[in-house]
Design a protein around this ligand. Structure first.
Ligand code: AMP
Length: 124
């Protein structure tokens, strides 16, 4: 899969599309999901051009991978999610129904979350 520079998160990084920013540093951006699946639903993305988790692990340097996930944890801490609990999700590819082809981690919290998959996972 080659990286498409016109994906919506690339446009958010370039400031072409607005977002509700939660955190930003040189390499990472976090913002509220436009269609929240929980009371707190933050998307954390690297600014580098990675299509998905799989692509990130394949291409990024080990330090960059470690730094990214430490920032995810820092955001969870700053957003008061650590004590009450949070869930990380990252969809890769067709079967996972990845809709934006720029690597992102969903950070979900703020309420008791349901089971791992939606009840209707077998609905087609
Ligand atoms: P995924 O299905 O894992 O690729 O998740 C993509 C997520 O991006 C979905 O939860 C969408 O609601 C979210 N999303 C799409 N467009 C935007 C946007 N402009 N701002 C914030 N979140 C968005």
């Amino acid at each position: 899969m080659s990286y498409n520079k016109n994906n919506v998160f690339a446009q958010i990084i370039r400031g072409e599309i607005a977002c509700v920013k939660i955190y930003e540093d040189e390499k990472t951006l976090a913002f509220n999901d436009i269609n929240p699946a929980a009371k707190q639903h933050i998307l954390v993305i690297p600014k580098g051009e990675y299509c998905s988790f799989d692509d990130f692990i394949l291409k990024a340097q080990s330090q960059e991978i470690a730094d990214f996930f430490k920032v995810v944890r820092k955001i969870a801490l700053e957003q008061n999610m650590v004590e009450s609990g949070y869930r990380l999700i990252s969809n890769h590819g067709f079967n996972a129904v990845q809709t934006v082809e720029h690597f992102h981690v969903h950070l979900l919290a703020g309420e008791k979350l349901g089971g791992l998959l939606p009840e209707d996972k077998h609905a087609r």
